[in-house]
Design a protein around this ligand. Structure first.
Ligand code: MLT
Length: 265
């Protein structure tokens, strides 16, 4: 569905009842990566999945520089528009995790718990920042298709990539639907985001960290760093999952989240 928030069209899904769980997608994706979660988890909680600006059905705002906090503010404004003022469980995959941590920094009183999937708390290295600039040039010259071509083999585990052509095609479609301004905004925001390890160190509420055993983009050390920083955290590593664990192993992903929700009562 769509709504207008602060004059901007925002695509989102809102299913189920109870504690709000906000699912924030990664780059260059959209809320469709959570299809199996809103179907599998809406019996346990109220699942809200927004499209970040420039992705899915959410409008990009031209001429405004995008920072990681821009997306966090967008999430807060959507929740306000939906009348959700109580603390929510904020969940993010990869770039969605960077946004979740920015949201925690800005709106700590609105966070009941965190779910950090296939992500990391650290900032980009100098090499990583240079890679973002190359990707911006690629997006400008080859569009979303050029970005998707390079990323597709990296976001899925080698096993998923060779054995699940339907999922490969679905992820490709999602990536190719991203807008170039949306891609450039996200690359800029990720390049310039700060290290969030200190934010996690200050967080005392429950944190679920979900890793893919075969994630080619996030290392085991990234996961261990978050586990050490978040004092009340649990790390679940999903076998046979790459970077897109909620799509590659939806049952295992949903089980980990449902158990986490139960543990919080
Ligand atoms: C993502 O999946 O959101 C991105 O690959 C994260 C990143 O590039 O740092």
């Amino acid at each position: 569905m769509q709504t207008t928030v602060m004059g901007r069209i925002v695509g989102y899904d809102d299913r189920g009842e109870g504690t709000p769980v906000v699912l924030i997608h990664g780059y260059p994706l959209n809320r469709m990566i959570w299809e199996a979660q809103w179907e599998g988890l809406a019996d346990h909680a109220r699942i809200i999945a927004p499209d970040l600006r420039g992705f899915g059905e959410s409008e990009m705002v031209a001429g405004i520089p995008t920072e990681i906090t821009t997306y966090a503010d967008d999430v807060r404004e959507l929740l306000d528009a939906l009348g959700i003022s109580e603390p929510a469980i904020i969940a993010g995959l990869s770039m969605g995790g960077y946004v979740a941590l920015a949201y925690l920094r800005r709106y700590p009183e609105h966070v009941a718990a965190l779910i950090l999937a296939n992500t990391k708390a650290t900032a980009d290295s100098l090499e990583g920042k240079a890679g973002r600039d190359k990707s911006i040039t690629l997006a400008q010259t080859k569009g979303a298709a050029g970005i998707a071509e390079g990323m597709l083999p990296k976001v899925l585990s080698p096993k998923t990539y060779t054995s699940n052509p339907e999922l490969v095609a679905q992820v490709n479609r999602i990536m190719q639907s991203a807008t170039v301004p949306g891609i450039i905004g996200a690359l800029t925001a990720m390049r310039d985001r700060p290290d969030s390890t200190g934010t996690l160190l200050e967080f005392s509420q429950s944190t679920l960290i979900i890793a893919g055993a075969d994630d080619q983009l996030m290392s085991a050390a990234d996961q261990e760093n978050m586990k050490q920083a978040a004092r009340n955290s649990t790390l679940v590593t999903i076998p046979d999952a790459g970077h897109l664990s909620p799509m590659e192993q939806p049952e295992a992903f949903n089980k980990a989240v449902a158990e986490f929700l139960r543990s919080m009562g």
